[in-house]
Design a protein around this ligand. Structure first.
Ligand code: ADP
Length: 445
């Protein structure tokens, strides 16, 4: 209840005293207004707290004028914080003038040359320089100069009765003391705007850089989408002519095979093999263009089952190679199944494929790191030279030619896209001739 009231109060004062709070770029004027509105938020309750000693003063010393002054100040503060349809610059001006008025009164009733009240003048001047635009910076020092001159005259011509003050000032004393104040005020007027100019320039630079970055990010996204669309359409449309090539090659072989010589049959074989490979490339490209747009919803995916499915489908090659595949107890993730299957199967396939002349030993492990699960697929295969760590994740980049190993060079680029789609990263460590470990993270939900 109290915190709701406090929040409502803060919001109201903020909307009156900081109209720039909704600006998209928070420039210097936002921070000036923010300082002012925060001041107002705390000054009002403090005014009420300060009212208590004033009440005590009336009861003990009959100084009613202090209470009257106090009530007037509270009224002015209410006007500044809640006055409807008042420009923020006017609110600030009333506030600064009130603070100065208070300081002047304090100076009259204490000892003008004691110096302690002069600190209030300096504070009021610096605060006003900060909350108003740079172009008014010197006005506040001129104002302090004017007030000091007035006090000089007042002391000299004895306009007020300063006799009850502890160390009654002479005009000379006052000039000596107040000239320090004036010097410090002018120094502040000269230096403080310099900081603001620096900050303003920095904010402008940053926001224009941000806008540029945003623009190029958007155009990159559009181009990327276009490219994805293009890849999808091109690979989709290529399937039909490819099917024709394959089926007519089959027909040629079955209908006229007996009339053709060995060379012609070999050419048909090459053409069929080429078409088969092209089909694989097209299917991989389709997968690549769609991997970050899964057709299914998120669901609970048991990673252990994904490994079991891999063991079942690759049983033949696992047995042929005498491979050993070990895995930790893996978690169940609430995620998209297709990209996860893609990641595990592709890494396990490579670990099997790029083995040395010893039986492959593959270990799948997992650990939790804050917001992520970090998985590792480790093999004892041929390894990868450090210079190619980045290259292998680029589409169509292969380190081995087709004669050695079958593949399209798209597998790891699909895997990388799938990992990034799930909010993670992929990297590897490897020693040539000893084996590789591919690490990847998946964000926990
Ligand atoms: P592909 O296997 O179809 O060639 P990938 O994108 O899956 O394409 O892999 C790119 C290249 O990275 C492979 O050609 C291979 O040289 C290398 N590579 C991938 N995984 C491994 C591995 N586990 N061990 C050694 N080399 C690997």
């Amino acid at each position: 209840m109290i915190s709701k009231l406090w929040n409502n109060y803060k919001n109201k004062v903020n909307s009156n005293c900081n109209p720039t709070s909704l600006d998209s770029v928070r420039g210097v004027s936002y921070w000036r207004n923010s300082l002012f509105s925060t001041t107002m938020i705390y000054v009002l309750p403090l005014c009420f707290i300060a009212f208590l000693p004033a009440l005590l003063l009336i009861s003990y010393e009959n100084k009613e004028y202090i209470t009257t002054l106090h009530l007037i100040t509270i009224g002015v503060m209410f006007f500044i914080a809640f006055g409807p349809k008042v420009k923020v610059e006017v609110r600030k001006l009333v506030f600064s003038l009130t603070v100065f008025a208070f300081t002047i009164i304090l100076n009259i009733f204490t000892s003008p040359s004691s110096g302690s009240v002069l600190v209030y003048f300096l504070a009021a001047c610096i605060y006003s320089i900060i909350i108003f635009d740079n172009k008014y910076a010197y006005w506040w020092s001129h104002f302090v100069l004017f007030i000091s001159a007035m006090f000089g005259f007042a002391i000299y011509f004895e306009w007020f009765d300063f006799s009850y003050n502890v160390d009654m000032s002479s005009a000379n004393e006052w000039i000596a003391v107040s000239s320090n104040l004036i010097f410090l005020c002018y120094l502040s007027s000269a230096l403080i705007p310099k900081i603001f100019i620096g900050i303003e320039n920095y904010i402008i630079e940053q926001s224009s850089l941000k806008a540029e970055l945003e623009k190029s990010k958007m155009s990159l996204e559009i181009k990327n989408n276009e490219l994805e669309q293009y890849t999808y359409v091109a690979s989709h449309d290529l399937q039909e002519p490819l099917r024709m090539v394959t089926s007519f090659m089959d027909k040629l072989n079955s209908n006229y095979g007996d009339q053709l010589d060995d060379k012609a049959l070999l050419y048909i074989d090459y053409a069929t093999d080429g078409a088969k490979r092209m089909k694989q490339i097209i299917l991989d490209l389709l997968l690549y263009s769609r991997v970050n747009m899964p057709s299914e919803e998120e669901k609970n995916v048991d990673l252990n089952e994904i490994i079991l499915a891999f063991l079942a489908t690759r049983e033949k090659s696992i047995t042929e190679k005498g491979a050993e595949i070990n895995y930790d107890k893996l978690p169940v993730l609430n995620t998209y199944e297709a990209p996860v299957v893609q990641i595990f199967h592709s890494l396990l396939d490579n670990a099997l494929k790029y083995s040395r002349d010893v039986p492959p030993v593959i270990n799948v492990s997992v650990k939790e790191t804050g917001k992520f699960y970090e998985f590792a697929v480790e093999d004892n295969g041929i390894g990868i030279d450090e210079n190619f760590y980045d290259k292998i994740f680029i589409i169509f980049q292969r380190l081995h030619n087709r004669k050695d190993d079958d593949g399209t060079g798209i597998g790891l680029s699909i895997t990388k896209r799938a990992v990034e789609f799930l909010g993670g990263e992929i990297w590897l460590e490897s020693v040539v001739g000893k084996g590789s470990t591919f690490y990847f993270t998946i964000q926990k939900k």
